[in-house]
Each structure stands twice: as structure tokens, then as C-alpha cells.
Design a protein around this ligand. Structure first.
Ligand code: XMP
Length: 525
């Protein structure tokens, strides 16, 4: 039987909407812990998790479609406070004997809604007219018996209902979408007023809970962690360090493909801030030698991956051997797995915080560890908050997602010391200007790419130059699955371009990538 990642979660039942994870995030933004479960999970299993409340998500289906996902009445009869959204709303209306029909008036996008009762549980303190985000063809035209209709729109006469006695609530629209101007208030009102939940899920409490769990699992065992310099492994390591102190050893393989200052930030600032016991393996020359003459992107990835595993294995063996000699076998390995990975791999329902006996990333048989995944329940932005709570330096906590193969896949052409040096200097300028312009929150990540194989013609003083172009690839995204190019203001682009061409003499051209994903990936290689 599966257990939730934490006690008494608010469960978001996913009826196939792209919004389910977003709903869980909005609940957590209200300081209430939430998890996503699939609609195929039997009601008995959902209720066995003892949820504090249930939210039924939207979905693409019509409740009358033959293959429409069904809502088991056991859920709404259970007494657990329940909120239906969009399809979830119609499913409740249908299950309780109300009427859902094709009204012929489809509503998509921002629509005006009229709130009938602004003192109701969901709409308390909100204006009677508000803009809500709609996406529906069917509409409820008659509420089930005993339900109060609390809002309407042009296309949906019954656009919201409430039943405080049975603790059932619903809205036809998507309150989780920011375009619904009072959406977050509706969600908070449901959680705090409707379900009576105490909003106490905070970064401080997450740290406290995880520290206790890790201590319990690890006992006086020894723990190993591969530190990459990224947000996830750094915060995971800091949490484990907080829990078991010197029983943790971190290994940082410096492959020489990080950006300017990043290795130092790990080796010095992170260690100083957290007190982590760190083994640094300087493998720069080894990686450069292995990459010499290679220009094919896939080949580069393979080489970097292979060298990384080799180097980490060797370092792990050294640590394991040393600890064993002192009578401390290393049994545990830390991994920075995040909640979206857990949900997407279908493990969101059955995952405990600490899973046992996994063979991580193809480690050999003599290096078998029990996994510790203290970030399994968290989204990226929550990991950042936990990191700040733990005192992880801002430069690491605020770091953009960065690919494992690092700058190796941002050089089109051969990865050499010279090319890495050019790219590092250009990248540092772009990063500092984007930060100075206050664009970090808007930009998901901004790969800076060196076209080392391309020679562009320039003119400087009286002479022609043959330099390289640099590509700026700023993208906005929620999860890197899809992305749009960020509309960085012209003045900021001009400043970056001027500085790079002035300060990095090997570069005589700066170009902007204006491709969304799809069709373009975020990285160039
Ligand atoms: P793409 O380029 O596929 O990237 O749109 C999506 C996200 O994944 C990152 N990325 C990688 N991360 N190893 C990683 O750890 C890789 O080989 C790799 N390739 C791309 C990329 O930076 C973006 O955030």
C-alpha cells in the first residue's frame, strides 16, 4: 500500500489536465502540503492516505464521453472536504444528480464571472465581478439538490457551488491559473475556511521534518553525496549535513566545464556556509584530453557522462575504503530527485522519502547504496526556499538549471581550454547584465553558446577581424518541457552585445536566438 510523502496531504486528483501539478503548487503556496494522484487510483486507496482535503482537477473529457474518467461517489460521500475544478466540478455536479449539458456556448480564456454571494466560504471578501480563466464546452445548468449556486458566467449558469454541511465546493473555472484574478484566494478559502487546515507547511518545517526523517533512517551510518554545483544536489547535501553532520562526505568532480566562479562557489563558499566535508577531484585535464578532437554533440555527451561516472566511482571507492578502514561502512547515497520526476515516473503515489537498494546511474555491484532523496516531495522553487533556510549561498540557490555536460554542449565545435575560456568570459557578462536588469525571475535559463566552428567577419579600427559569434538563448519556461524565447529589452541586449564584443576580443558578433521550444530545444547541442 502506498503512503503519502507526508502526513495528511491535500490530494489533487489528476483527471488528465495539464494543470494538476500547478494546482498542487498553488496549494503549497498557501503553506499547505499537497500531492498529485492519478484519477485511476481507487477511492479506497485515496482515502487510505487520510487526506486533509481533496481537489479534483480539470481534464480534457466531457463527463458524458464514453471513456470519460469517472468520479467514484465514495470520495464525495467520505466527508473529506472536496473542491472540484472545471472537469472535476462537472463530475461532482453529475455524480450528485445535477445537470451538465452542451450549452453551445464554449468559453475559453479570460471571462467575466458574477459572484452571487461574496460572504460565502470560497468568495469571502472578494468583489462581485471578477475575471476568471475558463476552458470548457459543457456547462452545469442545474445544481444538485442542496447545493448553493454561488457564481455564474455567460456560458455557465451554474459556475460555482458550495455546500458547507457536506463540505463540497466547486468552480467551473481554473483558479490555479494566474489569469483568474482571485484564484489563489479561492484556493486559500477552500483550504483554510472550507477544510479548516492550518497553514503550517513552511520551509522551516520542511527542514525540521526532513532532518528528523534522515536521522531516523541513517542512524550512525555513513553517507555519500555527489555534488554537481547545481541547486538540487547542493540543497540535498546541506539537508543531510544538517541531519547527520560529519557522517556525510560529498564528492565534487570538477570536470572543468562549469561557468566562471562556479567551482569556487562550491569548493569554498558552500563548504564554509554548510560545514560539509568535501572531497574535490580535479579532473579538468582528464576531461579535456578525452574531449580532444571531438565535435559531435552525442559523442561529447557520452564521453562526459562516461568520464564522470568513472571519476566518481573511483572517488567513491576511495571514500568507502577509507571509512571502512576506520570501521564505518558507507551505506547511503544522497540524490537530489525532485517531485516532478517522482510524479512523471509514476512514483508519486508509492514513494516513501527514503527508498532502498537502488543501483544509481549504473554504479557497479560493489558500490551499492541505499538512496536518500530528501527533496522528493519538493518543486524547484521550494528547493530554493529550503536552501535559503539552510544558509546555502545565494549564488548557488539562485543558479539557473545547468546541463550535466556543462559548457561542453554550449561550444559548437571542439571543447578546448581556449574555447572554454572565451565562452566563460562571454557568459559571465551576459549573466551579470541580465541580473543587473532584474530579469532573473523572468528568465528560466539563458544558455550562452559559442560557435567555435564558425568564423565571422568584423571590423575593428582599420582592420578586418575573423572572430566567433556568440549566441544568447534566453528562455522563459515553467518546466523546460516547453519554452518561449524571452523578450529581453533591446537596451539590455545592446549592453550585453557591446560589452562582449569589447571585452572578449575573440568574439566579434552577438546574435539572439528567437526560437520557441518546440521546435528548438533549449540547448544548442
Ligand atoms: P533541452 O535542450 O532538451 O533542455 O530543451 C531541457 C533542459 O534540460 C537541460 N539539459 C540537460 N541536463 N544533462 C542534463 O543534466 C543533459 O545532457 C542535458 N541536456 C539538456 C537543459 O539545460 C534544459 O534545462
Amino acid at each position: 500500500m502506498s503512503e503519502p510523502l507526508q502526513q495528511h496531504p491535500v490530494l489533487v486528483v489528476d483527471f488528465g489536465a495539464q494543470y494538476a501539478q500547478l494546482i498542487a503548487r498553488r496549494v503549497r503556496e498557501a503553506s499547505v502540503y499537497s500531492e498529485v494522484v492519478p484519477h485511476t487510483m481507487p477511492a479506497s486507496e485515496i482515502l487510505a492516505k487520510q487526506p486533509a482535503a481533496i481537489i479534483l482537477s480539470g481534464g480534457p473529457a466531457s463527463v458524458y464521453a464514453e471513456d470519460a474518467p469517472r468520479l467514484d461517489p465514495a470520495i464525495i460521500e467520505s466527508g473529506v472536504p472536496t473542491l472540484g475544478l472545471c472537469y472535476g466540478f462537472q463530475a461532482v455536479v453529475d455524480a450528485l444528480g445535477g445537470t451538465v449539458e452542451r450549452t453551445g456556448l464554449r468559453e475559453y480564456g479570460a471571462s467575466p464571472a458574477t459572484i452571487v454571494d461574496t460572504s460565502s466560504t470560497l468568495f469571502n471578501g472578494q468583489p462581485a465581478q471578477q475575471s476568471v480563466w475558463m476552458s470548457h464546452g459543457d456547462a452545469a445548468i442545474a445544481a444538485p439538490e442542496g447545493m448553493r449556486v454561488t457564481a455564474s458566467t455567460a456560458g455557465a449558469p451554474v459556475a460555482a457551488f458550495e455546500d458547507d454541511d457536506r463540505r463540497l465546493y466547486g468552480v467551473q473555472w481554473h483558479p490555479e491559473v494566474l489569469h483568474s484574478t482571485f484564484g489563489q484566494r479561492v484556493i486559500e478559502n477552500f483550504l483554510l475556511r472550507g477544510a479548516g487546515i492550518e497553514p503550517d507547511w513552511t520551509p522551516g518545517n520542511v527542514v525540521e521534518d526532513q532532518v528528523a526523517l534522515i536521522r531516523e533512517a541513517v542512524g550512525d551510518g555513513r553517507v555519500l553525496c555527489a555534488l554537481s554545483g547545481g541547486v538540487d544536489s547542493s540543497v540535498a547535501a546541506a539537508l543531510v549535513q544538517r541531519a547527520v553532520g560529519d557522517q556525510l562526505t560529498c564528492v565534487f568532480v570538477d570536470h572543468g566545464l562549469l561557468r566562471q566562479d562556479e567551482a569556487t562557489q562550491v569548493e569554498e563558499d558552500f563548504v564554509q556556509a554548510t560545514g560539509v566535508d568535501l572531497v574535490v577531484v580535479d579532473a579538468k585535464d582528464q576531461f579535456l584530453a578525452a574531449l580532444a578532437g571531438v565535435t559531435d554533440p552525442e559523442e561529447k555527451r557520452k564521453i562526459i557522462g562516461r568520464e564522470f561516472i568513472r571519476t566518481f566511482e573511483q572517488a567513491a571507492r576511495d571514500v568507502v575504503g577509507q571509512e571502512a578502514a576506520e570501521g564505518h561502512p558507507v551505506e547511503f547515497l544522497v540524490q537530489g530527485t525532485l517531485y516532478p520526476d517522482v510524479v512523471e515516473s509514476g512514483g508519486g503515489t508509492g514513494a516513501a522519502n527514503i527508498k532502498s537498494h537502488h543501483n544509481v546511474g549504473g554504479l557497479p555491484d560493489d558500490l551499492q547504496f541505499t538512496l536518500i532523496e530528501p527533496l522528493r516531495a519538493l518543486f524547484k522553487d521550494e528547493v530554493r526556499k529550503v536552501g535559503r533556510e539552510l544558509g546555502v549561498p545565494d549564488a548557488i540557490v539562485d543558479r539557473q538549471p545547468f546541463p550535466g555536460p556543462g559548457l561542453g554542449i554550449r561550444i559548437i565545435g571542439e571543447v578546448t581550454e581556449r574555447n572554454l575560456d572565451i565562452l566563460r568570459r562571454a557568459d559571465a557578462i551576459a549573466r551579470s547584465e541580465l541580473t543587473a536588469a532584474g530579469l532573473d525571475a523572468e528568465i528560466w535559463q539563458c544558455p550562452v553558446v559559442l560557435l567555435a566552428d564558425v568564423r565571422s567577419v568584423g571590423v575593428q579600427g582599420d582592420g578586418r577581424t575573423y572572430g566567433h559569434p556568440i549566441v544568447l538563448r534566453p528562455v522563459s519556461s515553467e518546466d523546460a518541457m516547453t519554452a518561449d524565447w524571452t523578450r529581453v529589452p533591446y537596451e539590455v541586449l545592446a549592453q550585453i552585445s557591446n560589452r562582449i564584443t569589447n571585452e572578449v576580443e575573440e568574439v566579434n558578433r552577438v546574435v539572439l536566438d528567437v526560437t520557441s521550444k518546440p521546435p528548438g530545444t533549449i540547448e544548442w547541442e
